[in-house]
Structure formats: structure tokens, C-alpha cells
Design a protein around this ligand. Structure first.
Ligand SMILES: NC(=O)CC[C@H](N)C(=O)O
Length: 363
């Protein structure tokens, strides 16, 4: 028998649904993703830690869950909302249903939710708290309960891991990195050392990396303020690529400010304009926070990409140091990999820094 469940919004709206996944009740920040495919990658993106995520696309789970598409070892979301969740997936690589996977992962969800109405509510009021519960009773939810604050520490690794390669050595800061970032570097022959989020500049110096990459990750970047001094020291010492949270942290470390979007950018078709060439690229995105344009010190950084829809900052390029940052996800997974050459440009930047001959990377 299908068990009823409810989505309760901080705004007072109530959505009935059917329980899927784990049976626990949770509270989290309500967000939505517009991607039509790639649910396994989305559900394992650690940047969603602490959030209840709504799939806008109305049919999820039809190709099941496979052994290859996880972006991280487990699902870090608080909960997931579906319109139709497929019970009988069909794909030669499928090993389980999304419902079974959620149950095994201890993550609750709701299906048959009016996701269009949920998305409208979030678009109107902005990202807000929501709860998944067995009861429609709002008084049972502790709405004052603060959402978890130290999520990067929770999702980051506690030890360094080395992936061998013949090419440049990259220290990859794990704020909750997506596996596709590591894969993109390894595919180019790089040696990669994944390091904990709070690794010091002294510990990085001992690794003698050729370059540094700052990953994506959950939460408000300002929470990592105690690390800004070290981030500035590290990124000014090595060629650097910052992606999403990594981009925000670099901007903050050099004195810019971040703000929160009303309902974030989460999906696989967000157009960004590269200011140097005037070209528009389709990108994969997942973020709530943005670097505030006016706060970028033009003595240090130039804005390299802007969002076509809302004009927000999508990338920074340091004027004198080899530092590039992007708010979007060049590693895709899911989504278009049109901006994948950003990894190749990063490797070129490292080689140039070492005085090696490079081939200009073009899109
Ligand atoms: N994917 C990310 O790195 C997200 C960064 C940050 N947590 C935000 O929501 O803006």
C-alpha cells in the first residue's frame, strides 16, 4: 500500500504526496532543478547537502540507477520531490530503482507531488524552508530550527588521496567535489591529490603542486571565512581554477562580496556569455549564491562570463595572476559539456607557468 506523505512549506503551503525512499521526516532548504535528465548525477552532487530538491521534469527514474553515474559516494540531499517516479525502470545498466536507492541511502522523498506548483511557490517567494512529514500538521515542525551550517566539513574528505598521472600535479580542494572534475583532470593525464577543505598553505607547499583547483560545495560561502586568508595565499602561489563554491571563495578571499539569488540557478541549459569572445555557452548550474558585480575590484579581477538571463557574474579572471574562476560547471554531468575546454585551458595555464610550450586551446 502506498503511504501518504506531505510537503510543508515555511510559507504555509501544503502539498500531499506519496512517500518514497526512507521513512524519516526532514526539514531542509527547498530548491528546484530544471534538468530533463541526469537525476543520478544531480542526486549525488554534494552541493545539495542540507536541501530538499524538487525535480521539475515530470518523469524521473525511468532508466533506473547504475554503477557509473554517481558524482559522490552517496546522496547528500535532505530529501527529494518528484512528480512521477518510475517504478519499473528500463536500461541495460540499471541495478535498482530510485525508490530502492533512496531507501538504502536513508534519504526520504515524496512522489506524485504537484512539482509545478512547488516551483511556482519557490519562484515567487524565494528559497525557503520545507519539511517532508507523515502529517499535514504544521505545528509539528520546528520551523525555528536553524538549517545545518557546517556542511562543507561534513562532505569533505579528512585525508589526502593521490591519483597518479604523468602530467601536471593538481591539488584538488574537496569542498564536496563532483567526481567528474577529478575525471576531467585525470583524462588529461594529470596527477591529482584530493585534499581536505581546510588544508593549510604550508601543507599544500609540501605537495609541490603545479596547480590548484577549488571545487564546488554546499552552503553559504561566507561560512568558510576563517579560511579566506589561506585561500588567498594558496591561490596567489599556484595557477588556480575555481568552480562554483571555489569561484565564490576566491572572490571573497580577494575582497569581493557574495549575495543570495531569489531561487538560484539549477539546471542544464543556463546560457552564459564569455565577454572576451562574445560567445554564448550553454552550461550546467547548481548554485544559490553569486558574486556581486559591483564588489569585484577591477584592479584585481576582470569579469570573464555573465549570465545571459539575469546578468549575474559567471566567472572571473585575475588581471596579473594565473587564476580563473567559473560559477557554472564545465565538468557537466549532468548537462552540456560545451565549456569542458576550461579544464584544457587550466592545464595550458599551468604549463605556461612552468615555461613549457603549449598549444592554444580554442573552443
Ligand atoms: N555547486 C556549488 O558549488 C554551489 C555553491 C554554493 N553552495 C551555492 O549554492 O551557491
Amino acid at each position: 500500500m502506498m503511504k501518504k506523505g506531505y510537503l510543508l512549506l515555511e510559507s504555509g503551503q501544503l502539498f500531499p504526496g506519496v512517500r518514497v525512499g526512507a521513512s524519516s521526516s526532514v526539514i531542509g532548504e527547498l530548491v528546484f532543478n530544471t534538468s530533463m535528465t541526469g537525476y543520478q548525477e544531480i542526486m549525488t552532487d554534494p552541493s545539495y547537502a542540507g536541501q530538499i530538491m524538487t525535480f521539475c521534469y515530470p518523469l524521473i527514474g525511468n532508466y533506473g540507477v547504475n554503477l557509473h553515474d554517481n558524482e559522490n559516494a552517496k546522496i547528500q540531499m535532505q530529501g527529494v520531490l518528484f512528480s512521477n517516479l518510475c517504478e519499473l525502470p528500463s536500461h541495460y545498466q540499471s541495478i535498482k530503482t530510485v525508490d530502492e536507492w533512496l531507501k538504502q541511502s536513508g534519504v526520504p522523498g515524496l512522489a506524485t507531488i504537484d512539482t509545478r506548483a512547488v516551483v511556482k511557490a519557490v519562484r515567487e517567494r524565494g528559497t525557503m524552508k520545507a519539511a517532508i512529514s507523515d502529517s499535514p500538521d504544521f505545528s509539528l515542525i520546528d520551523w525555528k530550527q536553524p538549517l545545518p551550517q557546517d556542511m562543507v566539513a561534513k562532505v569533505s574528505t579528512s585525508k589526502m588521496t593521490v591519483y597518479e598521472g604523468e602530467g601536471p600535479h593538481i591539488a584538488l580542494f574537496d569542498y564536496g567535489y563532483k567526481k567528474s572534475m577529478l575525471k576531467a583532470l585525470l583524462a588529461e593525464g594529470c596527477k591529482v591529490t584530493v585534499v581536505p577543505f581546510d588544508t593549510s598553505s604550508a601543507a599544500i607547499a609540501e605537495l609541490h603542486p603545479d596547480g590548484v583547483m577549488l571545487s564546488n560545495g554546499p552552503g553559504d560561502p561566507i561560512q568558510l571565512q576563517p579560511l579566506f586568508g589561506e585561500i588567498k595565499k594558496i591561490t596567489s602561489s599556484y595557477p588556480t581554477l575555481g568552480i562554483c563554491l571555489g569561484h565564490q571563495l576566491i572572490a571573497l578571499a580577494y575582497g569581493a562580496k557574495t549575495g543570495k539569488l531569489l531561487f538560484g540557478h539549477r539546471g542544464a541549459n543556463h546560457p552564459v556569455k564569455e565577454l572576451k569572445t562574445g560567445k554564448v555557452w550553454m552550461t550546467s548550474q547548481n548554485h544559490s549564491y553569486v558574486v556581486e558585480k559591483e564588489s569585484v575590484n577591477s584592479q584585481n579581477f576582470s569579469i570573464s562570463y555573465l549570465n545571459v538571463n539575469d546578468g549575474s557574474v559567471e566567472g572571473l579572471s585575475h588581471n596579473t595572476l594565473p587564476i580563473e574562476t567559473v560559477q557554472f560547471h564545465p565538468e557537466a554531468h549532468p548537462g552540456p559539456d560545451d565549456t569542458h575546454p576550461i579544464f584544457l585551458k587550466f592545464i595550458d595555464m599551468i604549463k605556461q607557468n612552468k615555461g613549457e610550450v603549449t598549444h592554444a586551446v580554442t573552443y
